[in-house]
Write a protein that binds this ligand. Sequence first.
Ligand code: SAM
Length: 295
Amino acid sequence: MTAEAGDFKFGSVGAFDDSWKALPASERYHFAAGEPAHQVQFAFQNHWRVFQKVMGHTTGGRAIELGCGRGSMAAFFAKAGFETHLLDTSASALDCARRNFEADGLTGHYHQADALATPFPDNQFDVAVSIGLLEHFEDIAPPLEEQIRILKPGGVFLGYVVPERPVSVQTVGAPLNAALRLWDRYTSSETRPAAPPKQELYRNTFNSTAYLDVLDRLAVKNRGAFGMFPVPLVSHSWKFPFTAMSPAAEKRLMATWRTLLAARPGKDAASPDPLRDPWTCAEPWGLAFLVWARK
Ligand SMILES: C[S@@+](CC[C@H](N)C(=O)[O-])C[C@H]1O[C@@H](n2cnc3c(N)ncnc32)[C@H](O)[C@@H]1O
């Protein structure tokens, strides 16, 4: 099965491509090797720490990010020494990923292809990871089957899913975001251009059980799921969550999150158990959940 451009129920390929084309060429990704500049880079560093715990002894080999977008997650794998492959339907997204990789001296292998029908033989990769891809499919079985197919026996599948949900930790952040937007509107002298119309992206509402059911049919050795991203995204921007606040405000926010995360009872960032990591949480609370499996 191949995704059609504009077919919103199969990866929202056309809508994504349009938004990648509109991205300025200078756009940076969400990877940072050192101190993060803003909350999204901070979040990706936390994702990576949790992913490493799930991967356990799989610390190298061939990794692929499907639906890589600008390549933020792939960059962590490349930096850690994996032979890193990046796959996306959008040529503009891959261009952006390539520019970012080159700027950071990272090596990637780029594939403009469909995650439903990748150009690889069976059993090729030690890790197949996606962030924000699987929730854009109405039928989640085909992309899961494809990712498990291209994994080597013993390889790790990581599916980070941001589902459509009326209530989550973001609900807690909503009044703060509304207040920040009002404050910004009435205190800033900057003229805001009108917000561009939002592209309609299909998002399914499945929780992790639906993904685990598919994985069970695919006869993986081991699998699991848990909530992730236990703090809300905070922004004053109508482009939310894609525009950072001022560098000082982002720094203060990250310091606050660090303090709160370190104080979570029963959690310990140094523990190798991902469920004890402060970045993991109950699935209904988190902004996202991770479904993982070992083939
Ligand atoms: C929400 S974005 C996530 C991008 C990136 N993983 C990140 O974390 O920033 C989803 C990406 O999946 C890509 N995509 C959508 N459907 C796809 C498909 N069928 N095959 C490959 N890529 C697809 C889109 O072009 C887009 O870059």
